[in-house]
Write a protein that binds this ligand. Structure first.
Ligand SMILES: Nc1ncnc2c1ncn2[C@@H]1O[C@H](COP(=O)(O)OP(=O)(O)OP(=O)(O)O)[C@@H](O)[C@H]1O
Ligand SMILES: [Mg+2]
Length: 266
């Protein structure tokens, strides 16, 4: 089972679109996917039309056992196969678990509950737009961390802060965590400003850190989220463009995960 966190300090950069784009690519490939929505806004849960109402990711953080986790997972409307996509949905109470713990030692809860979960090939955690306790829970439970950003003035800075957080979690509670790379989303290659910001990101972090291909601005992603469908089932040229990109990213992420599994197995 591969666990991937999708994070960013900045809001609205495309974390949820990316997490669900990868989930949709895995669905079409026949994988069993669990999306964990750790964002109290609950965007991923509503796009997936989660039908679970009584249990959520907050239930699991309040009582972090494998049994509670299994009881809290719900089916979604993404049933187009050949794989499956389930969800551990968000709830407004999640915000209670994002509070700053001061100098108390951070003891990961989600990681504990996930340890004994079986039956999934891929777990994708959609993080809130902050580097608080919920994002730390996600990183502590993951093998791979993907940072999403946009070509903007604050994009490179936000990515840098997210990288610091990944390093901190690796050094303290999760030595198996790997930084998978930065996804540059909503790129308009014809815009001078966007080309400049892309170059800036490469200068700061190095070209190899950018997960390629970059993701262009495509209205199909907004159409997909409003209909609650995977981008892979939207019939438009824009949807086909990004579907191909998500496929390539899924390949890369699975390859990286296989590599880290080999390196960390006894
Ligand atoms: N490549 C893209 N082209 C066009 N629109 C996009 C693209 N990526 C994301 N969007 C749109 O931008 C908006 C924000 O995206 P999304 O919700 O995925 O960001 P987020 O980082 O998860 O936000 P938040 O921080 O609030 O959780 C959504 O309406 C989404 O459809
Ligand atoms: Mg989101």
């Amino acid at each position: 089972m591969t666990v991937i966190s999708v994070l960013s300090l900045k809001g609205g950069v495309g974390k949820t679109s990316y997490a669900l784009g990868i989930a949709g690519a895995a669905l079409k490939r026949g994988l069993s996917v669990l999306v964990i929505d750790l964002d109290p806004q609950g965007n991923a849960s509503s796009i997936l039309r989660s039908r679970q109402r009584s249990h959520s990711a907050a239930t699991v953080l309040g009582h972090p056992t494998a049994d509670t986790l299994r009881e809290s997972i719900a089916k979604t409307s993404w049933t187009g196969g050949p794989g499956t996509v389930d969800v551990l949905a968000s709830a407004p109470e999640l915000i209670r678990f994002d509070s700053w713990t001061g100098n108390r030692r951070f003891v990961p809860k989600l990681a504990r509950a996930l340890k004994r979960l079986e039956g999934y090939d891929l777990v994708i955690i959609d993080c809130p737009p902050s580097l608080g306790a919920l994002t730390r829970e996600a990183l502590a439970a993951s093998q791979l961390a993907v940072v999403v950003t946009t070509p903007s003035y604050f994009g490179a800075q936000g990515a840098e802060r997210a990288l610091d957080e990944i390093n901190e979690i690796r050094a303290t509670v999760n030595p198996d965590l790997e930084f998978a790379g930065i996804v540059l989303n909503r790129l308009r290659e014809k815009t001078d400003e966007h080309r400049y910001r892309k170059r800036e990101l490469i200068e700061i972090h190095g070209a190899s850190v950018l997960l390629k291909p970059t993701i262009p601005e495509r209205v199909a992603l907004q159409q997909a989220e409003s209909t609650g469908a995977p981008i892979q089932s939207v019939k438009s040229a824009g949807a086909r463009d990004v579907t191909k990109i998500f496929d390539k990213h899924l390949n890369k992420l699975l390859k990286m995960a296989r590599k880290t599994n080999v390196e960390t197995s006894p």
